[in-house]
Design a protein around this ligand. Structure first.
Ligand code: DGY
Length: 382
């Protein structure tokens, strides 16, 4: 087991043992685990751990683990965790494309994630990127810092007006729908979205908002589910990507699809980098200076494809979609709740919002276990 200086042990006498591959924000998550009688081994090094290091941390006695989207949790790790007596792994993220859930299920290990606490936070980052690119905030900031501002000019940094234009959303789940509502309600944009499933709640919400506008003597807003990704790309002035990353969505934005977008379009990605063929995006932005992109995520994080950072029509932030204190502490509470809940034999929560887990007297359930049905974990009925 661990002798390494880069791991810190809390509650060393705990009956169960949980490893956590990164220090997490807040204190409540740790309390949740220690109250579940867990010794908690937390890796303190800022480097991304290798698979070998995680296997060595798991050792021969480990009941559960909390890991990060920067780690590949596949057969090797789940086999090690299963052999050490592990029963649960939680990703410290809502997305779990870094986790081989089938492998976990084969080893009878529950997989948790952290939905609900990052919906608005990530959608707000997509909005921030949208306006940063539309109004050229970063280019203008650099300009003024260089001392280039010599007075108001009629043509200085002209950008795009978004009000009453059309926003396109690909993937209208929790975060995509929250972004859509922000853009429609905030800027009276029409919405065109593509998703395999119709989002009736979103459509009804926008229809009601349209009725409200009409009642105030204004034009309504429109909302429509497109037949295809292509339709969204051709029609929308802004396109924000929110689908899950899997083999069907990998490089869904490629050279051909970029060409089909409007010349002045804005592309935003706060989901997962490999949704976009980043080399094709570099080419497209280089050859189409009026096209703009706002990126929170990258194809080969933390690396950028050559040429990307030289482009003034691209604004980038380093995967910060969920980066607010409230959200990151909430994610830690949910991840700890997943691990502690399964180890305590609690049922799985299937009642929608996970926000009750942030309250003082949280439900006695594991907040979000994605393979609960496959593993026969009962559903919370309280
Ligand atoms: C997630 O949770 O999937 C984000 O990408 C990280 O916050």
């Amino acid at each position: 087991m661990l002798k390494d200086q880069s791991w810190k042990v809390y509650n060393p006498g705990g009956d169960r043992r949980v490893i956590v591959t990164r220090q997490l924000p807040g204190e409540r998550w740790l309390k949740i685990l220690t109250q579940a009688d867990c010794r908690v081994d937390v890796r303190t090094s800022p480097e991304i751990p290798s698979i070998e290091e995680i296997i060595s941390a798991i050792g021969d006695r480990c009941s559960g683990a909390i890991g990060q989207l920067t780690e590949t949790w596949g057969e090797e790790l789940f086999s090690a965790l299963g052999s050490a007596g592990g029963r649960v792994y939680s990703n410290y993220a809502v997305g779990y494309n870094n986790v081989d859930v089938d492998a976990a299920t084969r080893h009878r290990i529950c997989v948790g994630n952290t939905p609900g606490v990052l919906t608005e936070t990530t959608a707000e980052m997509a909005v921030a990127l949208t306006f940063s690119v539309a109004r050229r905030v970063v280019e203008a900031d650099k300009f003024i810092r260089k001392g280039n501002f010599k007075g108001w000019l009629p043509t200085l940094f002209l950008g795009e007006l978004l009000s009453r234009k059309t926003v396109g959303v690909i993937g209208a789940g929790r975060i995509g729908a929250a972004y859509a509502r922000m853009m429609v309600e905030g800027y009276k944009m029409d919405l065109i979205y593509y998703d395999l499933c119709r989002n009736g709640v979103l459509e009804a919400y926008i229809a009601a908002y349209g009725d409200f506008l009409v009642s105030r003597g204004e034009e309504p807003v429109a909302c429509r589910r497109a037949e295809s990704v292509e339709e969204v790309l051709q029609i929308a002035d802004i396109v924000s990507l929110h689908p899950v990353l899997d083999t069907s969505t990998h490089h869904m934005i490629n050279a051909e699809r970029l060409k089909s977008m409007k010349k002045h379009a804005i592309l935003v990605n706060a989901s997962r980098g490999p949704l976009i063929d980043e080399e094709a995006l570099v080419d497209h932005c280089r050859n189409n200076p009026d096209f703009r992109a706002g990126l929170d995520v990258f194809e080969d994080e933390p690396e950028l494809k050559p040429g990307l950072s030289a482009l003034d029509n691209v604004v980038m932030v380093p995967h910060l979609g969920s980066a607010t204190g409230w959200t990151r502490e909430g994610m830690a509470i949910l991840a700890a709740g997943n691990v502690a809940g399964i180890l305590m034999g609690y049922p799985a929560w299937k009642k929608g919002s996970s926000l009750p887990f942030l309250e003082d007297d949280p439900p006695k359930a594991a907040p979000s276990i994605v393979n609960s049905e496959e593993l026969g974990i009962s559903e919370y009925a309280g």
